[in-house]
Design a protein around this ligand. Structure first.
Ligand code: CO
Length: 139
């Protein structure tokens, strides 16, 4: 059977303050910071840290009225989403929709490091906000 996901790309973690969080992840966990970017369309400043061939993505809100800002207000810092890598995000979205899953993004949008990303609604994804990622060439 065809595999939907090729691997876990990253675990997304909501944080109140990126630099404070980096003290844990960079200094105490000794993870390597590989990327830092503000994704204005999603209202986040994000960093990627390497964990083997996978990543941790730390997300700080650019303001309270953003998806991560609302998440932090409701639940506080912690696990936000899991991102699975796919080879063809358009085909995967079509297939998951046919399977009856509720999509937050019907079409992919540009995510961190020029990846193409889309989110699946937790309601039909086992209670877990699930992102699918097609990395840009070279990542
Ligand atoms: Co993510």
């Amino acid at each position: 059977m065809r595999r939907v996901f090729t691997r876990i790309d990253h675990i997304g973690i909501a944080v109140e303050d990126l630099d404070a969080a980096l003290a844990l992840y960079e200094r105490d966990y000794d993870m390597t910071l590989v990327h830092r970017e503000t994704v204005a369309s999603q209202g986040v400043e994000a960093v990627l840290l390497d964990v083997g061939e996978n990543h941790v993505e730390l997300l700080a809100a650019t303001g309270p009225d953003t998806p991560v800002g609302r998440f932090l207000a409701k639940k506080g810092p912690g696990m936000h989403h899991v991102a699975n890598q796919v080879q063809d995000i358009v085909a995967t979205l079509r297939s998951l929709k046919e399977s009856g899953l509720r999509l937050i993004d019907e079409t992919p949008r540009t995510g961190i490091r020029n990846s193409q990303v889309a989110f699946l609604h937790p309601a039909t994804a086992g209670g877990l906000l699930t992102e699918i990622v097609q990395p840009a060439e070279g990542h």
